[in-house]
Design a protein around this ligand. Structure first.
Ligand code: LLP
Length: 411
């Protein structure tokens, strides 16, 4: 975001103008930022055969998926609905990695029918798969490496208490099942968590994967999942993608040498690709001094951006209506009927009713985790690309709230 002639602009477009044109609350995505993040990963892993599988769940608007397709990424899908969205925008089935957890086997069969790569994360499902398909369909196995990593307990998923993946301690059992059914295992996968800072965590995951990989002769790829951390506050430490790229690529090349074949390396970034591209624009509805603080109430809340309440996530907030003058300390809160703090004790340029605030880093897990709680409507989404503005989702209407409800006669 640049400050220019007294307004915040992205690709030359003023955010306050967008707020006026489309109203608030409004999600805005900077398409150029998404493309530059894709390039950053490609550059960091330029010495190995890299495949980026964008984690659809982070932001699944079909235009974002189309942009990823144009940028040359594949996709990671965690539900059959995400698989269908990705197919809908033109991804080839073989570009889609489907990583379900605790789904009915029927959903896995549907995905097999669609021709996508299946990532299995439990031994019973592996056995089901073997009984149904034998070795006909190539398959990936999600291992749980028992590494504790990630920014918050809710998003740390590779540790011993986690429901994800097949324990690395069960490797012998996996091998017996693979052998018994003649399964064709072409990939192994780990995903340890989200908001991972350190190259060392990826290296630790890699070591475990390399050790296990030696037992599988048909591999064509190893998938290290997602989790690269982005900066949420000024001065925040972020994943040094070049450092991760150099270290992991070197370890990967050494492994491929030992394995005897050059494999592909896959990553499934979500946040890294789309978080910083997104802004949630909201309007200040009330500035309310209390004995403890001054609240700024806004016309949005945890129904549109749940991360602050769900993960204690820090999202920077800027008053884009007032760029000069004194700063004051505020707590920015949403309009939802329970504690709904977006940002506590923050210095902002003095806020007046009607000012537009931009909540940053709202691209990943913002709209995709939004809801109609309090029977509120979800905001529209706008994508900026090549200096042009595209409305990519309409604001919901009252009819949308009623759409699937059935008013019955009660007698
Ligand atoms: N691959 C798998 C198998 C995953 O489960 C996830 C995220 C990713 C890739 C992408 O992770 P990322 O690069 O975005 O960190 N709602 C939470 C994050 C949940 C992540 C769930 N899995 C948040 O807002 O922080």
């Amino acid at each position: 975001m640049e400050i220019n002639d007294q307004s915040y602009r992205i690709q030359g477009v003023s955010l306050t103008d967008l707020a006026k044109q489309y109203g608030t609350p409004l999600y805005v995505y900077d398409g150029e930022k998404i493309l530059s993040q894709v390039e950053a990963i490609k550059t960091a892993f330029s010495t190995v055969k890299l495949k980026i599988k964008y984690a659809t769940k982070a932001l699944s608007n079909i235009n974002i998926l189309k942009l990823m397709k144009q940028a040359g990424t594949g996709v990671d899908a965690v539900s059959i609905e995400e698989v269908h969205l990705c197919l809908h925008v033109g991804f080839e089935p073989q570009e889609i990695m489907y990583t379900p957890n605790c789904v009915d086997f029927a959903e896995i069969q549907e995905a097999v029918g669609l021709g996508v790569m299946i990532n299995i994360d439990s031994i019973p499902m592996l056995e089901h798969f073997g009984t149904t398909y034998g070795g006909k369909i190539p398959l990936c196995i999600r291992l749980n490496p028992h590494i504790l990593a990630g920014g918050n307990a809710k998003i740390s998923v590779g540790h011993i208490d986690s429901k994800f993946g097949i324990s690395i301690l069960q490797l012998k059992h996996i091998l017996k099942v693979v052998d018994a059914y003649g399964l064709q295992i072409t990939g192994l996968h780990v995903h340890t968590g989200s908001d991972i800072l350190d190259a060392d965590v990826f290296l630790k995951g890699a070591e475990i994967l390399f050790e296990a990989a030696k037992e599988f002769k048909d591999l064509t790829f190893l998938d290290f999942g997602g989790g690269f951390k982005v900066g949420y506050k000024t001065g925040d430490v972020t994943t040094d993608i070049m450092d991760v790229g150099n270290k992991v690529s070197q370890a990967f090349q050494e492994f491929c040498g030992e394995y005897g074949r050059e494999l592909e390396i896959w990553f499934e970034p979500g946040k890294f690709l789309v978080s910083e591209s997104g802004y949630l624009l909201v309007s200040a509805t009330v500035v309310k001094p209390t004995p403890a603080t001054t609240f700024v109430g806004v016309n949005s809340g945890l129904n549109h951006l749940i991360r602050p309440m769900m993960y204690d996530a820090y999202h920077e907030v800027i008053n884009i209506s007032t760029l000069t003058g004194p700063e004051r300390v505020y707590t920015i809160v949403g309009y939802i009927c329970e504690t709904d703090t977006i940002a506590a004790d923050r210095k902002l340029k003095e806020v007046k009713e009607g000012d537009i605030l931009a909540i940053k880093n709202a691209g990943a897990y913002g709209f995709s985790m939004s809801s109609n709680y309090n029977s509120r409507l979800r905001p529209p989404e706008v994508l900026l690309l090549n200096g042009k503005t595209h409305l990519i989702r309409k604001r919901e209407t009252f009819e949308d709230l009623l759409r699937n409800q059935i008013l019955v006669t009660m007698d």
